[in-house]
Write a protein that binds this ligand. Structure first.
Ligand code: HEM
Length: 154
C-alpha cells in the first residue's frame, strides 16, 4: 500500500507539535525505551554509567531528535517517491554507528514502540489509529534502510 498525502500530513503534524516540547519528550522517549527493554541502557554512552536518565544531556536529546526527525523525513520521501532515500553518506554513517554498537533488529522494534508512545504523549488528543499507522510505516521503512546498510557492512 502506498503512503498517502494524509499519512504524510499526520506525521508532519505530530512532529510540528512535538518540536515545541522536544526536551521533555526526548526524556520521555528514553524512559519508555528503558521501561520496555532495561538492558538497552548499556548500549548508550550517556546512559550506561548513570543511575538515572540524565535530565539535560545533549547526546540523549540528539538521538531522540534524530529518530523523530528522520522518521518525519522518511514519511515525506515515502509519499513523494514511494521509498525512503537516505543520502548515501548519511546511510553509511548510520549503518556503521549502529553496527559498531551491536544494534540488532529487536532493538529497532523496542525503539519503534518508544517512538509510538512518545508521539501519543506528545500530540495528546490529536492521537489516532491513523496517526499511529502513519508513524509505524515511516519508521519501519527507515529502520529497514538502516538495517539493510548494516547487513551490507557486516
Ligand atoms: C547513534 C540515529 C535507531 C542505538 C546514532 C546516531 C544517529 C542515530 C544519527 C549518531 C549519534 C547522534 O547523532 O545521536 C538513529 C535512527 C534510528 C536509530 C535514525 C532509527 C530510525 C537506534 C536503535 C538503537 C540505537 C534501534 C538501539 C536501541 C544507538 C547508539 C548510538 C546511536 C547506542 C551511539 C550513541 C552513544 O552511545 O553516544 N543513532 N538511531 N539507535 N544509536 Fe541510533
Amino acid at each position: 500500500m502506498s503512503f498517502s498525502e494524509k499519512q504524510e500530513a499526520l506525521v508532519k503534524e505530530a512532529w510540528e507539535i512535538m518540536k515545541e516540547d522536544i526536551t521533555t519528550l526526548s526524556l520521555y522517549f528514553f524512559t519508555q525505551v528503558l521501561e520496555i527493554a532495561p538492558a538497552a541502557k548499556g548500549l548508550f554512552s550517556f546512559l550506561k554509567d548513570e543511575e538515572e536518565i540524565p535530565q539535560d544531556n545533549p547526546k540523549l536529546k540528539s538521538h531522540a531528535v534524530k529518530v523523530f526527525k528522520m522518521t518525519c523525513e522518511a514519511a515525506i520521501q515515502l509519499r513523494e517517491k514511494g521509498e525512503v532515500v537516505v543520502s548515501g553518506s548519511t546511510l553509511k554513517y548510520l549503518g556503521s554507528v549502529h553496527l559498531q554498537k551491536g544494534i540488532v533488529d529487536a532493538h529497532f522494534a523496542v525503539v519503534k514502540e518508544g517512538v509510538l508512545r512518545t508521539v501519543e504523549k506528545g500530540v495528546g488528543e490529536k492521537w489516532s489509529e491513523e496517526m499511529k499507522g502513519a508513524w509505524s510505516e515511516a519508521y519501519d521503512q527507515l529502520a529497514a534502510a538502516i538495517l539493510s546498510e548494516m547487513s551490507k557492512e557486516a
